[in-house]
Design a protein around this ligand. Sequence first.
Ligand SMILES: [Zn+2]
Length: 270
Amino acid sequence: MQAELEKLLILQDRDQKIRQIGIEIRTLPQQRKNLEAQLAATAASLESLKQRARQLEVERKKLELDVGTRQSSISRLKTQQYETRKNDEFQAMGHEIERYEKEIVQLEDQELELMEQADKLRAEIATAEKTAAAGRDSVSRQLADLDEKTKTLQTQLEELKNERVQLSQNIDEEVRERYERLFASKGDAAVVAVEHGVCTGCHMKVTTATAVHAKSGNEIVSCEQCGRILYVAESPATRKDRPRLAGARSYKAKFYTLKRNSMTSPSFTT
Ligand SMILES: [Zn+2]
């Protein structure tokens, strides 16, 4: 039974890795979306600055046209002034010319104001363009990293799944099925250590009999509280005497060497 437990722990290690990688892979599309949203936001803020610049130019051109209209009116009035012989008409035209000239001064002041705004905006746009370009570079690097990471994770997943198939073939079917049901339902681990008489799966104390059975390693023992399969880790003193188990690097401990026992031991129930 001890050998079966060791195999189960290796299988569980691979299953946990498979689960972890699966979780990581599922977060990748969201990471990609976040990066793309970042790009879109930068592009949108740059575009809104450019839109404002275009708007300023339209406003400035309109002022220019308004100035032009008044200048034509002034020339027309000046011509008319030369043509008239009536003093009051001449003076009225003079007043109108003055009014237009004042308006032109105001319009040109406004135009100047808009040109100053446009200058500031151009500087802002230049800065924003640099920032956006740097952002695009950074995002495209991160997207490439994500692609790379996706490939790596998928390869790892494939390898683990293949390894899992190999491993599970060497485990007693009944034991394996019991383990698989537990692993699927518990969400973390199906095979857990008993430490100081406490199940490390549910953190409840196990009965003395269960602890003794688990320690003997002669049978597959379940925690009375949570149903997880229990094992007792070997003490550090004896651990170094034993050869290291292949693929056992994730174990917190190994097991006492114990004689195999039959699968049909009394506590092997589901
Ligand atoms: Zn438990």
